[in-house]
Write a protein that binds this ligand. Sequence first.
Ligand code: WTA
Length: 635
Amino acid sequence: MTYQIKDLEDYKRVYKESIDNPDEFWADQASTFKWIKKWEKVKECDFQGPEIKWFIGGKLNITENCLDRHLDESGDKIALLWEPNNPDQEHQSYTYRELFTEVCQCANALKANGIVKGDRVILYMPMVPELAIAVLACARIGAVHSVVFAGFSAQALADRINDAKAKMVICSDINNRGNKTIPVKKVVDDAMELSCPTIETVIVYRNSPEEINWDYRINKWWHHELDGQSPTCDPEPMDSEDMLFILYTSGSTGKPKGVVHTCGGYMVYTSFSFKNVFQYKPGDIYWCTADIGWITGHSYIVYGPLLSGATTMMFEGVPTYPDAGRFWEICEKHKVNQFYTAPTAIRALMAKGNDWPAKYDLSSIKVLGTVGEPINEEAWNWYNEKIGKGKAPIVDTWWQTETGGIMLTPLPGITDTKPCYASYPLPGIVPVLVDSDGNLVEGNDVEGLLCIDQPWPSMIRTTYGDHDRCKQVYFSMFEGKYFTGDGARRDKDGRIRVIGRVDDVINVSGHRMGTAEVENAINEHPNVIESAVVGFPHDIKGQGIFAYIITDQKQKDHSEFYDEIKAVVSKEIGPIAKPDEIMVVSGLPKTRSGKIMRRILRKIAANDASNLGDISTLLNPEIVEEIKTSKGIIN
Ligand code: WTA
C-alpha cells in the first residue's frame, strides 16, 4: 500500500523527499503495487513535446490492483456500496470478491462482442453499480473507457463518440434522478440517428420494467450478455503508458477535448492521493457524491478507493430528493466517515436551512471534502459547523480533469485549514505563480497565474487525436511549466487560494463549460446573428451563464425566443449548459480588431459597471451605455 503521512513533521519530510528525489519517491510508491513486469526507468518528461512517460517499460493491469490484490485478505470486505435514488428501495453492496466476479463477467461479455485492447467504449450511464463495473471491465481487457455524463444531449454524445471513434456504447434504458425519469437509451438512439458510423454494439442495462425502442441490429441487453459468462478473466497486460481512459472536458475554444490518462502513473497517484487526502483507515466508509461522468468520480469513487482497498459508496440520486435531508440521512444510515462533495451542493443545502442536518446523527464523519470550484467562506463555515460540528477538518481539494488527481489540499488532522484555501501541495507537486509574461511571482501575499513546475505521475498525456492542442493549451503558455488556466493567490503564510479561471471557461455548479461552446450552440438558432456568453456570480451555482444575443427578430417581447434559445442549447449540449439569463442587444462591444470585449460584458452581467476601463478605444463605445441601461444599471 502507498505511504500514508502521519503528522505535520512527516508531511514536511515526505514533501521534501518527493521534491529532492522524485524518482526514488515515486518508485517507492509504485513498488507497493502488483506489476506484471517492473518498470525500467521511473520517468522521462519533456514539457516541450509534450512527452510525458512514467514507469517506463512497466506492465500492469490496474484492475488487478483494484480487485485481485485484495481477494486473499479482504475478499469479503465491502468494496462498493450503492444507495438508490428511491429511499424506499434497498441499498446494495458488493464485496471485493463479488465485484471481481461481476467485472470479469462484464469483461468477458465485452470480449464476446468483439472488443479488444485499445478499442474505445463509451459509457453513458446513470449512477448505478453497473457503471463502475463497466469502467473496470474495460480496464480489465485494455479497452479505453470514455464515460460521458448522462446529462449530455444526443448531439454532445455523438460528438464524443465520433471524436473517440468508439466501437461500443454501454448505456441504461432510463436514469432515475429525483422525481424525474430520464430516457437515456432514447438519447443514444438519437445520437445514432445523427450518425455514429463506428458504433457496432449498444449494450443496454435494464433499470426499469418499461418497454423501450429496440434496434435488433445493434442493441443487446446487459443481462443477456453477462449471463453465463465465466466469472474469471485474465487481466490484459498493459504498458504503463497505454491509454486507460479518455475523458472529455471543456476548454476555452472549440469543441470539448478528450483528456488522455494512462495506466501506470494514474494508478500510483490516485491511490497515493486518496489515502492521504482522506486519511482513509481500514473499515472506514467513504462517500464521494460526484458523478462518474466527471474526473472526480473516476479518481475518487472508482480507482483511488478501490486501489486502496476501501469501501466506496455510489449514490444514484440528487441531494434534495425526497427532501433536503437526503445526504445527511445517507451519512447517518451508512455511518459515513469521509464525505466529499461540491460547493454547489453545500450552498443549495445551506439555503434549505439548518433543520435538515440537525435531524441526523453525523457523528461518524471524520473528514469533509469539497471539490470542483472555489468554496465561499459562508458555505465553508456552514459545512464546518453544521455538518462537521467543528470536529471534521475540511479538505478543499483543488485539481482538474487534466491533473488526474488532487494537487492542492490541506491534509486532515495534519496541516491547518483556512476557509477558501486549497492551501498546500501534495508530495511531488510544485505549484508556482507567474505573471502574464511568465515571470515567477515570488514571496507571499501575492497573486498570479497558477502553473505546475514539475511533472507528476497522473498528469495529462495528450488530448485525444490532437496532440498539438494539448501542447498549445497547457505547455506553450509558459515555457517549462504546465499552465492550469486558473488564477490564484498565496497568503502571507504561503497557503494557496485558487480564485477561478482566467480563460474563457466558466464553472457552473462545478461543471466546466466553454463559453465558445455555448455560443456555438446558441448560434444554431436561425434568428441569432451573434452571441457572447460570460459567467456571472450566482448564489447557488457559483457561476451562472449570461448570454448576450443579437437577433433579427423584431418583436418587443422576447420570452418565446429565450425559451427557444434554452431549448437549442439543451439540444446541442445538454440542460446543464442552458443560460440563466439572456439579453437581446443591438451590438456587442468590440475592439477595433473585432474582438469581443468580454471583460466589459462580464462586469455588466455582474451588475458592476464601475471601472469599466477606457472604452473610448472600442469600435462602438456607445453600445456599452445601451447595454448598461437595458440591464438597469444606472451610474
Ligand atoms: C476549478 C474538477 C477552486 C478550477 C476536479 C479548475 C477549483 C477546474 C477547485 C477543474 C477548488 C476545482 N477550488 N477551484 N478546490 N477544484 N476547481 O476539470 O477552476 O472539472 O481549473 O476538475 O475547477 O475542473 P474539472
